[in-house]
Design a binder for this molecule. Structure first.
Ligand code: GLA
Length: 376
């Protein structure tokens, strides 16, 4: 399957871990529609690890845990589809999944057929307990071939955490997105760490196979499976802006049935989503803003249609400001052009002479601007 913009949706792992069941999934599907998330582009509802029994059946088929999913997975898929959503599931390239359930190693084709029969539209494919002998590229290629031959269009979401030089081979396997980082946790340190890991891998992102920085922790506030001390809403706003700006898939991880208005407002900022879903998915250019320190990330990115997105992300605990000359953006005075700036969180509009000044970005906050090229 070819996906032209970063996939968007919700995944069960961050909040529910092993505590998933039919009711949670049905209620989440309802919430995705009722709270307007589907309308904003969040279309995939993905069940992560821990959905099956620990043994395959006598035909070597995977079996949904009847206590968690008493009506089977086809019924879950049907319900999810009835809401206008797409349905995702999880397996692993190893003998076992990361939580110790059966993996798809040496069962790739039968599992792909089973997923197709159930009506699965998305498969997250993990890397735990994989063969120490067979290289990862062959393990992912196997499932890539099985999915292409299963008779259903299933988005292949690889999850080998960027190890074994994943970036060198993942695009050849059939994957439409690939985990370029380790697992996220609901702490500011984890968000910062993933962002730093991602910076080196940005050149590998692009249409057809997107770098996946892991599911969002926006709105978790320390609750759930990967919830530790939690973050503030300002930190979640910055986290969401960075993931969107870098062109990562946007997979929500909080309990959307009970999220706050602040969380919903962050996740549904249309202009930030529009930058993420930009049809060309060009990679950002890094800038060193005068007055910026180590904890300041400053990027610009050329969008389809000629606007330029500018993101200033403050990773640290003190206020920052930055200045960027227009020639560093590719617009020297000789072009006769300048920029009109639209801040995408505050709505503020401003004009520029020969340098962009971004003042007073508070601790852990960010500024994201959409700049229009205008005559001087
Ligand atoms: C790995 C993945 C996570 C999640 C768990 C499930 O750690 O990276 O995203 O899928 O496995 O066990």
């Amino acid at each position: 399957m070819v996906k032209l913009t970063p996939p968007m949706g919700w995944n069960s792992w961050n909040t529910f871990g092993p505590n998933i069941n039919e009711q949670v999934i049905f209620e989440t599907a309802d919430a995705m529609v009722e709270k307007g998330l589907l309308e904003k582009g969040y279309e995939y509802l993905v069940i992560d690890d821990c959905w099956s029994l620990k043994e395959r059946d006598s035909n070597e088929r995977l079996v949904p845990d009847p206590e968690k999913f008493p009506h089977g997975m086809k019924a879950v898929a049907d319900y999810v589809h009835s809401k206008g959503l797409k349905f995702g599931m999880y397996s692993c390239a190893g003998n076992l999944t990361c939580a110790g359930y059966p993996g798809s190693f040496e069962h790739e084709f039968i599992d792909a057929e089973t997923f197709a029969e159930w009506g699965v539209d998305f498969l997250k494919y993990d890397y735990c307990y994989h063969s120490p002998i067979i290289p990862g590229k062959y393990l992912y290629r196997r499932m890539g071939i099985a999915l292409e031959n299963c008779g259903r269009d299933i988005l292949f979401s690889a999850c080998s955490w960027g190890v074994d030089e994943t970036h060198e081979w993942i695009k050849n396997t059939g994957a439409s997105m690939w985990r370029s980082t380790g697992d996220i946790f609901d702490t500011w340190e984890s968000i910062k760490d993933l962002m730093r890991q991602q910076e080196k891998l940005l050149p590998f992102n692009g249409v057809g196979c997107f770098n996946d920085m892991d599911m969002l922790v926006v709105g978790m506030h320390g609750k759930g499976n990967v919830g530790l001390q939690g973050c503030s809403d300002v930190q979640y706003k910055n986290h969401f802006s960075m993931w969107a700006f870098m062109g990562s898939p946007l997979m929500i991880g909080c309990d959307i049935r009970n999220m706050s208005k602040e969380t919903l407002d962050i996740l549904t900022n249309e202009e930030i989503i529009r930058i993420n879903q930009d049809p060309v998915c060009r990679q950002p250019m890094k800038h060193v803003g005068v007055w910026g320190g180590d904890d300041l990330l400053f990027y610009s990115k050329l969008l389809a249609g000629g606007d330029i997105a500018i993101g200033l992300f403050n990773l640290g605990g003190g206020p920052v400001q930055a200045r960027l000359n227009l020639d560093e953006l590719g617009l020297p005075f000789s072009t006769g052009k300048t920029l009109e700036l639209h801040e995408l969180w505050t709505g503020e509009v401003s004009s520029v002479k020969n340098a962009i000044l971004i003042k007073d970005i508070q601790p852990y906050d960010c500024a994201v601007l959409r700049a229009k090229v205008v005559d001087l």
